[in-house]
Design a protein around this ligand. Structure first.
Ligand SMILES: Nc1ncnc2c1ncn2[C@@H]1O[C@H](COP(=O)(O)OP(=O)(O)OP(=O)(O)O)[C@@H](O)[C@H]1O
Length: 862
């Protein structure tokens, strides 16, 4: 412990102060001259001894009688001193630095020398001090230093050397020349210049410094004390160094008395300061409480520590005994037990906590009761609590019931969902089947119509043309075979009128769509049926569009004519393994009640006659009939026909609207295995516009054209009406048109009429009359169509008939009169049909479609 903390002074400082004061006073004594002489003598003695000891070489830097400055300079390197000391006490300085080479890490010469001197001098001083000889300060070797102390040190060393040389026995008299000083310091033992001296001195000093010394004997403090003692020792020596021996006792007495006096004074003031400080501390409440708390805490901690130590001791002893007695399994058991104990403790803790909480609740209840004083309140609360618990129980039961109910419902719902899914699936399936059934129904209906021989009627609505105001259409609704037209009041009470047909195509129906419904009818030509498709409607309603296509013909826009022939080619190709088909076409027009050949290549537009085709199937035998094998052939022929029609149009202006055009396709098929031939004929007729003459308000040629058109169409209407009413007489001969179509309308043909209407409101009159006419046509029953088939038996009969006819002719003497020449059948080469076929009698009487002769159809007579 540092003494300065409690005592602001030390014995050392007291002695030091006294000595300094003493030094100041002694400066007043005038001993200067004597001192200088004595000092010089002593210096010479020291220098001489050094030279003698270290030798001439070693002491070359030191004159025999040096001045103070020379003396210091000579010894400054410390080399002479160290060497002299090593002579006296070998090994006292272990290493003497003789030259700068011994120090390699210092480049600067001055610094090197200084360091070198310092090392030597320091080592010398340490050694001398350890020997108990008087020392000096290293700074004494510098300029202005005290050479006297250096001289004292050397002479002491000399004295010791002398004593040692004398055998080292008995008393050693310090002070060099005994005659000079006459006072000796005696050592008690034989080795007076060992560490024991400094040790004794230190002990003495320590006893002197009793109050300030660390009682704990701290080595660090010992070291401090040793330094302090040494410096004090040196101070004392320096004070006494230049004193005569007889002066020393007096000085010591004086100095000690001063030291004691000073010490007592400082001790008294220090005690006073301590008292005051302690008093202040004792008066402070905070300090008192702090002290109390601290002491209490300390005690507590102490007790805790003690208990921990005891526990550890116990544990250790227990474990030790267990280790000795029990095996590892017992340790495991102990661990289990310990765990169990811990759990028990934890349980107890929880129980305690709950008990505490209960107590708290009880306390609060009691407090509440004490506060409120209604004793029955607690009972009420208990009742309420019981009720709530019952409610909770009920709720739980209800919840459980609901949960079970929900589960049952979920099962039910999932079942119902499954059933619903199945039901919807069935419904969807039924819906799809419904559409299929509808389609089948329609087909069946059409088949029924075919069996009845009814004329099929398809209605097609033309879309608004580019530039037309399409905001208002007369067509209200279209649904399968039904079309509803918005009519002005004069046409119907309701303002709407519906018409039923076999099929109705809306304005956006495509050419392909239209044809697909026509295809089965067309295909029946290859099976030997006669087919007639004619387009009816007012001008501009789309007849040509349906039958041929738009003016700018594209593949998609191709009409029924092209598609029909194409389909026949396709089908004949498919049947080529069993049938051989020959397809040829005629193209005619009926203009102003004249039949013209549109495939004429000679430019002669001669009038053609229409004959009843009961024998060779050709209604207009004089018209060019051209075999075709591909669509390209058909297109070429159609173009030719259009060109011929256009030539006429140049003169008559817009001829197409004022003539009926007819493309007749002849098909003859031979069954490869049986040789049976079948023959079919198809008329594809694009009628002239059906508008009325009065509306057209035309005159001249136009009037004539219109009149002829009206006549032919009226004739068509009459025939239709007659057929519809199943009259015995059908007026086919009233027009070229009805004559041409006689086989189709009154024979065993399958007939289809495309009735076209325009959507414009200003055409409503024509639209209504067109639809009425079409409705009438739809009611016509032609009877079941028949196949034009030439079987082997039929051929036989034909031959019999021919033979009978020939025999009849011979009998009557007019041979060949009734013989029918066989007209050339359609061939691969363009031919002119023979003109020998008479036009059948269509004036009446023979119009019964079921005439036996007609039943044989187009049987060729040999
Ligand atoms: N379904 C349709 N889709 C698109 N355009 C059509 C349709 N029907 C007719 N047209 C167009 O209407 C116009 C008249 O048609 P189209 O010439 O076929 O009538 P039309 O009844 O033959 O007349 P006309 O009696 O004078 O010969 C043409 O420009 C034609 O392209």
């Amino acid at each position: 412990m540092a003494t300065e903390g409690i005592f602001p002074f030390s014995v050392h400082s007291v002695v030091e102060d006294v000595l300094r004061q003493h030094g100041t006073r002694k400066r007043g004594i005038d001993l200067a001259s004597r001192k200088a002489d004595e000092a010089a003598l002593r210096r010479y003695e020291a220098a001489g001894w050094l030279q003698k000891t270290v030798g001439a070489v070693g002491g070359k830097d030191l004159p025999a009688e040096p001045s103070e400055e020379e003396f210091r300079l000579g010894l400054r390197s410390g080399i002479i001193l160290c060497n002299a000391l090593n002579k006296v006490q070998p090994g006292a300085v272990s290493k003497v630095v003789e030259s700068p080479c011994d120090l390699v890490l210092i480049p600067d010469g001055a610094a090197l020398s200084a360091f070198q001197y310092f090392e030597n001098v320091r080592n010398f001083l340490v050694a001398v001090q350890e020997m108990g000889l008087p020392t000096f300060e290293a700074s004494d070797l510098n300029q202005g230093g005290k050479s006297a102390r250096i001289v004292d040190c050397i002479l002491a060393l000399k004295s010791y050397s002398d004593w040692k040389e004398a055998g080292g026995n008995g008393q050693w008299k310090y002070g060099g020349n005994s005659t000079t000083y006459g006072k000796s310091f005696l050592r008690k033992n034989s080795e007076p210049f060992t560490n024991s001296f400094s040790k004794n001195l230190s002990i003495n000093d320590r006893s002197l410094d009793g109050l300030s010394t660390d009682q704990n004997g701290d080595p660090a403090n010992d070291h401090t004390e040793m330094n302090t003692t040494r410096s004090l020792n040196m101070l004392v020596r320096s004070v006494f160094s230049d004193k005569k021996p007889e002066e020393v006792p007096m000085l010591v007495e004086s100095m000690l008395s001063k030291v004691v006096e000073e010490f007592e004074c400082r001790l008294a003031s220090q005690n006073e300061l301590m008292k005051t400080t302690l008093k202040d501390v004792a008066n402070s409440d905070d300090s008192r409480s702090l002290l109390k708390t601290s002491s209490g805490e300390m005690k507590k901690m102490k007790l805790e520590d003690e208990s921990i130590i005891n526990m550890m001791k116990d544990e250790f002893s227990d474990e030790k005994s267990e280790d000795d007695k029990e095996s590892e399994s017992s340790i495991v058991k102990q661990q289990v037990l310990l765990d169990q104990k811990e759990r028990d403790i934890e349980k107890m803790k929880v129980e305690d906590e709950s008990i505490v909480n209960l107590k708290k609740d009880k306390f609060s209840n009691e407090k509440y009761q004490d506060d409120e004083k209604p004793k029955g309140r607690l009972v009420k609360q208990q009742v309420l609590l019981d009720q709530q618990q019952r409610d909770i129980k009920e709720l739980r039961q209800t919840l459980e019931t609901t949960r079970v109910g929900m589960q049952v419902m979920q099962v039910k719902y999932s079942e119902e969902f499954t059933n619903l899914g199945k039901y919807i699936h069935n419904l969807a399936h039924a819906a799809s089947r419904y559409h299929k059934v509808l389609e089948e129904n329609r087909k069946l209906y059409n088949q029924l119509q075919d069996l009845k021989g009814s004329i099929r009627v398809y209605c097609r609505v033309r879309p608004f043309l580019p530039g037309q105001n399409n905001s208002m259409s007369v067509v209200d609704n279209i649904e399968e075979g039904n079309i509803t037209i918005i009519t002005p009041s004069k046409y119907g009470k309701e303002g709407r009128r519906s018409f039923n047909f076999n099929k109705v195509f809306g304005p956006f129906a495509s050419q392909e769509e239209v044809f697909s419904d026509t295809q089965p009818l067309i295909r029946s030509v290859l099976d030997g049926y006669n087919v007639c498709i004619f387009a009816y409607g007012q001008t501009g309603s789309g007849k040509t569009y349906t039958m041929t296509g738009p003016k700018e013909l594209t593949e998609e826009g191709r009409g029924v004519n092209y598609r029909a022939l194409n389909d026949l080619f396709l089908l004949s190709e498919q049947r080529k393994d069993s049938f051989s088909y020959a397809i040829s076409v005629q193209m005619m027009e009926i203009y102003n009640e004249q039949v013209r050949d549109l495939l004429s290549t000679d430019g002669v537009n001669k009038k053609l006659e229409i004959r009843k085709s009961s024998q060779n199937g050709l209604s207009v035998p004089d018209a060019n009939i051209v075999p075709v094998a591909s669509t390209t052939d058909v297109i070429e022929l159609m173009n030719l026909g259009h060109r011929n029609r256009a030539v006429s149009a140049t003169a008559l202006n817009d001829r197409s609207s004022r003539s009926h055009s007819c493309l007749t396709v002849h098909v003859q098929g031979t069954e490869l295995t049986s040789g049976t031939t079948i023959r079919g004929c198809m008329h594809l007729v694009d009628l002239a516009g059906s508008e009325r003459v009065d509306k057209a308000e035309v005159i001249g040629d136009r009037l004539k054209e219109a009149q002829h058109i009206n006549k032919s169409l009226s004739a068509l209407g009459d025939v239709i009406a007659s057929l519809a009413q199943k009259n015995s007489h059908v007026p086919y001969r009233n027009s070229k048109l009805t004559q041409l179509l006689q086989d189709s309308l009154g024979g065993q043909a399958k007939t289809l009429m495309f009735v076209h209407i325009s959507p414009e409101p200003d055409a409503i009159g024509e639209t209504i009359s067109t639809l009425k006419f079409a409705e009438r046509v739809a009611t016509v029953e032609l009877g079941a169509a028949r196949v034009n088939k030439d079987g082997a038996d039929v051929n036989e009969l034909k031959q019999q008939v021919a033979g009978l006819k020939a025999a009849l002719a011979r009998k009557s003497g007019e041979p060949g009169r009734h013989q029918r020449s066989m007209s050339s059948s359609p061939g691969r080469q363009r031919t002119k049909a023979g003109g020998s076929s008479p036009v059948g009698d269509t004036s009446g009487g023979h119009n019964n479609r079921r005439q036996p002769m007609e039943d044989v159809g187009n049987i060729e007579l040999e």
